[in-house]
Design a protein around this ligand. Structure first.
Ligand SMILES: [Zn+2]
Length: 446
């Protein structure tokens, strides 16, 4: 939270007034900018598709088996057509002087406190926002964004006017128009002070963050600083060739082991996981029954609770997967792994005939492994750990010690090779699987 304490009443009033003015105008500029981006795109589309030459070239370029020369020539002609379309569009879209963004962004005479830098940052933000949404907008899955009054006020940081600094243990943000804020961290549950210290290179751990364009937001009479920082890729010691294998188990959601050391860990509990999942299913079925018996009018009204329940279940599964994936990465760091091996799910649980076994089907249906693998992959990348997908065939029937085929039931694996260290022992089946996965060189995708 930002504060203006230590200022005279006049000064504080003047600053609040300045922020208030920005707040009143910024969202209008943002909406105008995004509408104009959309309009430009639309006009472009219309001009393209009404241009016979463009259409002909477009179709010609889509053809397969184009010769190199032929393709180059078509592309060159396409460039020419696009140039004419561009010129035509510019002619049509000359900005009217009464446009909001025009008066703020281009004209720039009376900017109502909208500093050039704020406007430029806003422009960039709106543009990348629009780009990110444009596919969905085109498909009709979304409408263009609508900015509301009270949207964050963006600005670049660390320049002539805007600066974060510390003085005798107090943190300040020097802002435009001579506005100076004091940073208050409150209860600071998310360690914001540490983040600011790192930004200033003053933290005890010696870690430094780079600050990026940030924003302040006016909310319920308070002012908040939304500081954006670049967190460097975390580094930890890695042993070359140390691989963690992840078994998507029958007995536990996840079992991890390594290819070199005896370390292992089971993550998640089967019973509590399944019980919760079954509870969701029961509630869903009860609701569906209710709907079937009632039927008739107001169906959409009655669908809402079912949709809400689905949403709750999705959120719960997602939260579980976040926890599981976090534990996997923690384990990998602890053993200093340089890679993680996972089974490729498209082949998961298939028997010799290519059919998925019943028990594995049950797991795939209930444990959302696809999402889990995505999360593990994402978090591994952030920690600089390679992720590889291996062929899951035989990982559960092979002895992870000697590599020979053995016997397994749902809990144990038994090696039948009298020469093997594991001979005659009951080996934890999930551990055996995880270790096989860690040792596997049958890599399908890296
Ligand atoms: Zn063996």
């Amino acid at each position: 939270m930002l504060d203006r304490s230590g200022l005279s009443k006049e000064e504080a009033d003047a600053q609040w007034h300045a922020l208030y003015k920005i707040n009143n105008n910024l969202y209008r500029v943002a909406n105008d900018l995004i509408s104009n981006l959309y309009l430009t795109d639309e006009v472009d589309n219309i001009l393209c598709w009404n241009n016979q030459e463009y259409n002909d070239l477009y179709k010609a370029l889509k053809k397969k088996r184009l010769g190199e020369d032929e393709k180059a020539e078509l592309e060159e002609r396409m460039q020419e057509v696009k140039k004419t379309i561009d010129a035509h569009r510019k002619e049509i879209l000359q900005r009217p002087a009464q446009s909001v963004a025009y008066s703020f962004v281009i004209d720039g005479e009376d900017r109502e406190g909208l500093e050039k830098e704020i406007l430029n940052t806003l422009k960039q933000n709106v543009f990348s926002h629009y780009k990110a949404d444009s596919k969905e907008v085109r498909r009709g899955e979304k409408s263009i964004s609508n900015y509301k009054k009270g949207m964050p006020i963006p600005f670049p940081i660390n320049n002539k006017c805007v600066r974060l600094y510390e003085e005798e243990g107090t943190f300040f943000l020097q802002w435009y128009q001579n506005i100076r804020f004091i940073l208050h961290f409150g209860r600071d549950a998310s360690n914001n002070q540490l983040i600011v210290e790192r930004c200033l290179g003053k933290s005890e751990d010696g870690i430094t963050y780079k600050m990026c364009s940030s924003s302040i937001q006016l909310k319920a009479g308070k002012i908040f600083l939304l500081l954006v920082v670049d967190v460097p890729k975390e580094s930890f010691k890695q042993k070359k060739g140390m691989v963690v294998g992840i078994d998507l188990g029958l007995n536990v959601p996840i079992y991890v082991a390594t290819n070199q050391t005896p370390e292992r860990k089971s993550i998640g509990e089967r019973e509590s996981f399944l019980n919760q999942r079954m509870a969701f299913q029961r509630r869903r079925k009860a609701l569906q029954r209710l709907q079937l018996t009632r039927g008739g009018r107001g169906r959409s009204h009655k669908l809402a609770p079912l949709e809400r329940l689905r949403e709750a279940e999705r959120n719960w599964v997602k939260a579980q997967n976040h926890l599981f994936s976090k534990e996997v990465i923690e384990f990998a760091k602890q053993v200093q792994a340089s890679a993680i091996n996972m089974e490729r799910l498209t082949d998961f649980g298939k028997d010799e005939t290519g059919n998925v076994k019943e028990d594995k089907k049950f797991i795939l249906r209930n444990w959302s492994y696809f999402e889990l693998q995505n999360l593990i992959e994402y978090k591994a990348k952030r920690a600089n750990i390679k992720v590889r997908y291996i062929n899951p065939a035989f990982t559960s029937q092979t002895c992870s010690e000697c590599g020979q085929t053995g016997e397994r039931d749902s809990i144990h694996f038994k090696c039948k090779n009298p020469e093997c260290k594991n001979f005659g022992k009951d080996i934890h089946a999930d551990y055996n699987g995880a270790r096989n996965i860690a040792k596997s060189n049958d890599i399908l995708k890296e």
